[in-house]
Design a binder for this molecule. Structure first.
Ligand code: BES
Ligand code: MN
Ligand code: MN
Length: 455
């Protein structure tokens, strides 16, 4: 890949301005008010794909937000790479914790600060610019297809059917994704596993209206109190999840595998300092990397009830709610876990409250082999630009559609992400270092090169 560094150097200001145009569109998939932004963002990406060298690009309808499809097919005998990314982002709140406007990107300390700067506009856009480089310099060794969706952050509810309806259009040899992170700016790694997820919401109802907590307190169950007790009981003293059957299908990693995993560079002290923590916490008997990589987890994502406004109000609330996610590992099935959770939660709730349990979304995990041609191509690409070999790492995050791609399209994915643990994705002050953005654009063309050679 001749001159990729030079090409980036010459065009980097334009690359950033183009990315910023996408970031300025607040394409938040979980908020209905932002529907028009989804369409606008999809159209902007379509236009960008066309300007970057795609022969065809369109905004295609799905049951939900539109999917952007683009392609450049040069030779039926060459391998085809399907690039997947998502243009939707998480809500930006709490807004008051941002140091600058979430949808007005700024560059400070060598980083882009904005919602979507990394996840996944910044990372997704690296592929569009790497593609531009290969097309404009006559060095595109593969056919390329792009599929950029707008519902990843809500669990990709429409993309499975979209794939089934467009099997031929999406036919490819490999799916290439940059929506994960690497171990550090100088610690290249490739993600070989993602956790599955089951996302639940529970509602507890006590009395039929909010009550005076003096007149009724002590005599009527407070659903907020009960909710706390029920949630607390979901984990035991060793931080194991207390739902019967939860661990039944968990594949235990072998001692050898765990030893291999332990070789990845990880500094617990640094990890704690970055989070201002005195101590970490997790399942007994496992390291921090293992706790996110190969073990399941359960977290309350949100919890609300009663009076949370200014000052004090004495009230015994009628209702209490919580959103709970469980991260799953091979071979746990998200449907089954949702069922186990529902059954268990309904069972442990006392008669003093009524309980409603809802599944919000779910998705299976993913593990990719490291012996495959596509993994080797990604590994060589990383080595070409970082000068050292990439370490395979199982991530704790989830991209549920990756396993659906394998099921519905029969295509494996390569998770070559350039995010960093410090990028604050989903948090206030999300950021993406310029170095990562440009290094990604530099590395991606090498994947194409080696993949075309090895395939
Ligand atoms: N890009 C992330 C997932 C990710 C980030 C994986 C870093 C590995 C390293 C993705 O956009 C994401 O946030 N996924 C959600 C999925 C959920 C909403 C179904 C997640 O993991 O919470
Ligand atoms: Mn993402
Ligand atoms: Mn995300």
């Amino acid at each position: 890949m001749d001159n990729v560094k030079q090409y980036i150097e010459e065009h980097k200001d334009r690359f950033l301005e183009e990315l910023f145009e996408l970031i300025r569109i607040p394409s938040i998939s979980s908020l209905n008010d932002h529907k028009p932004d989804m369409q606008r963002c999809a159209e902007a990406i379509r236009d960008r794909l066309l300007a970057s060298g795609a022969d065809k690009a369109e905004v295609m309808p799905s049951e939900g937000n539109p999917v952007v499809y683009g392609e450049k097919i040069t030779d039926k005998d060459k391998p085809t790479v399907l690039v997947y990314a998502h243009y939707d982002v998480m809500p930006a709140d709490p807004l008051e914790l941002w140091n600058s406007e979430p949808f007005e990107p700024v560059i400070r300390d060598g980083k882009i600060w904005a919602r979507g700067a990394d996840d996944d506009k910044g990372q997704g856009f690296m592929h569009v610019k790497a593609f531009e480089f290969m097309v404009k310099t006559g060095q595109l060794p593969c056919n390329v297809k792009f599929m950029i969706e707008g519902e990843e952050e809500i669990g990709s509810p429409s993309l499975g059917n979209f794939c089934e309806g467009h099997r031929e259009l999406l036919d490819a040899d490999v799916i290439l994704v940059s929506d994960t992170s690497m171990l550090g700016p100088d610690k290249p790694s490739i993600t070989t596993g993602l956790r599955g997820i089951t996302y639940m919401e529970v509602e507890l109802t006590g009395p039929n209206k909010d009550l005076h907590s003096g007149l009724f307190g002590g005599a009527v169950a407070n659903p907020a109190n009960v909710l706390c007790e029920l949630l607390a009981s979901l984990k035991d003293d060793d931080n194991r999840i207390n739902i019967p059957g939860f661990y039944e299908d968990v594949v235990e990693a072998s001692t050898i595998e765990r030893k291999e995993m332990g070789k990845a560079p990880f500094d617990l002290q640094e990890y704690k300092e970055a989070l201002d923590l005195k101590e970490v916490d997790g399942e007994k008997g496992y390291t921090t990397m293992e706790r996110t990589g190969i073990r399941p987890s359960l977290d309350i994502n949100g919890i609300w009830s009663g009076y949370t406004g200014e000052g004090a109000k004495t009230v015994l609330p009628s209702k209490a709610h919580a959103k709970i996610s469980m991260r799953l590992v091979p071979n746990q099935d998200h449907h089954e876990i949702a069922q186990l959770f529902t059954r268990h939660f309904e069972k442990i709730a006392p008669d003093s409250v009524t309980v409603k349990v809802k599944t919000l979304h779910g998705g299976q995990g993913y593990v990719s082999p490291i012996e495959s041609t596509e993994y080797q191509a990604a590994s060589k690409a990383m080595e070409a630009t970082y000068g050292k070999s990439a370490i395979p790492v199982r991530s704790g995050g989830s991209i549920p559609i990756i396993s659906t791609f394998e099921d519905k399209l029969g295509i494996k994915s390569i998770l070559m992400g350039f995010g960093l643990g410090s990028d604050a994705i989903h948090s206030p002050n999300e950021n993406y270092p310029l170095e990562q953005f440009f290094k990604g654009i530099e590395t991606i063309p090498y994947f194409y090169k080696y993949y075309a050679q090895m395939k």
